[in-house]
Design a binder for this molecule. Structure first.
Ligand code: CA
Ligand code: CA
Ligand code: CA
Length: 399
């Protein structure tokens, strides 16, 4: 009895100390360390939409009563995209399917996404024996409105599928079929009815509406007017989330600010920036783009620094999971943007989990996992002195 009392008293004391300390101790993280704020220059009305989307994204937790499942992966967007930063191994998605370009042979067995949880009375999905699969780490969600506003032509200009310039790098587009609900912008580039995918690890998604409608359906089992088919039965069912909410979430994603570089003028960071170019990292991790027109004034005609070409690259056998998506082959991955890289640990529990499935526990390890088209660049990295590597990593951590 006494022991218990002491425990309770101790806890109360700890709470009191904590509460009083928060007044004096840690100050709120600086703006450049947060990922979840809006872009500059939103009108009051736009700001209200941003907040509405934020609430739906982070606070709306689905239950069986509100349409969850019957099979699902998580109960809210925010579960996997906490603070809009990168996810954790616990929140990874599993996609499975075909091993070649002949199409997914597992569509009848629940492919391409594994819903490993189910509401009472239903069976969660299991990975069919023999299916090739990839694990996908949730990416940070920042700056995506700017990415969406990059003209197709700017991405296409970087593609060099047959490596005509002979630098060993042959980035290419994942040409995808669009669902009928996607509104095609006037400046979209088309090839035999297919369009340029730029979102997702295999660049299989056209825009943020497609990503959002898909996530509601595939990750939570929530149907909308866009993705009206139930993930479990394949039957058309009434929308479980309103079109307004989907549009608010899309607006929220569009207007999340881009990560702000820190320690930009630090001597090591500046030296590291030079080494980034010299070793050839920038051949795929394209430093900057200028956005085109946008219905959101804050996103139009802006210079941005995502450090990605948004193209697919053959990354070698080490990163080949045997899983394809659209025309993206098993060893092909879209160059991930590096902006916000140094802030990844904040949402990953103090530890880096980099590359598509979080297998790299440090930036150095991530670079060493580069193969295929990135082989020459990796060799150049290996030839850097310890001090040069340190500077390059200081630069990457400043992003
Ligand atoms: Ca449902
Ligand atoms: Ca499934
Ligand atoms: Ca090339």
């Amino acid at each position: 009895m006494k022991k218990q009392f002491l425990l309770v008293a101790g806890f109360m004391l700890a709470v009191t100390v904590y509460v009083s300390c928060t007044k004096i101790l840690p100050k709120a993280p600086a703006d450049d360390e947060l990922l979840d704020g809006p872009v500059e220059g939103l009108s009051p009305e736009q700001h209200a939409r941003f907040i509405a989307g934020d609430v739906a994204f982070n606070d709306e937790v689905f239950t069986p009563a509100t349409g969850l499942g019957p099979v699902f992966v998580a109960t809210s967007c925010g579960t996997c995209h906490a603070g809009d930063g990168k996810g954790h191994p616990f929140t990874m998605l599993t996609r499975f399917g075909q091993t070649d370009a002949t199409g997914n042979q597992y569509l009848n067995l629940g492919g391409p996404q594994l819903q490993h949880r189910a509401i009472p009375g239903f069976e969660p999905e299991q990975l069919p024996p023999g299916a090739a699969f990839s694990k996908f780490m949730p990416p940070a969600n920042t700056g995506l409105g700017f990415v969406e506003a990059i003209p197709d032509a700017s991405i296409l200009a970087l593609a060099d599928e047959n490596d005509v310039n002979g630098d060993g790098i042959s980035g290419r587009v994942n040409w995808i079929n669009l669902p009928s609900y996607v509104m095609i912008p006037a400046n979209a580039v088309q090839q035999q009815g297919k369009y340029i995918g730029r979102f997702g690890k295999k660049a299989a998604v056209f825009n943020l509406l497609q990503q959002t409608a898909n996530a509601y359906n595939q990750d939570m089992g929530i149907t909308s007017l866009f993705e009206a088919k139930d993930t479990y039965s394949g039957l058309e069912i009434d929308p479980e989330v309103s079109t307004k909410t989907i549009n608010d979430v899309v607006f929220y994603l569009q207007t999340l600010k881009a990560p702000i570089q820190r320690n930009k003028n630090d001597a090591d960071v500046l030296a590291g920036n030079m080494l980034f170019g010299k070793t050839g990292c920038a051949s795929c991790h394209t430093p900057s783009f200028t956005t085109g027109a946008s219905t959101i004034a804050s996103l139009a005609n802006k210079t941005i620094f995502p450090f990605s070409d948004f193209l697919l690259h053959d990354m070698g056998t080490g990163l080949d999971d045997g899983y394809t998506e659209g025309s993206a082959l098993t060893a092909e991955w879209r160059t991930p943007p590096l902006w916000g890289l140094g802030l990844s640990r904040n949402s990953q529990g103090g530890q880096y989990f980099l590359m598509h499935d979080g297998r790299a526990k440090s930036i150095d390890e991530a670079i060493l996992l580069h193969g295929g088209e990135a082989m020459q660049t990796k060799q150049k990295y290996l030839q850097l002195t310890a001090d040069e590597k340190r500077k390059l990593i200081a630069f990457l951590e400043s992003l």
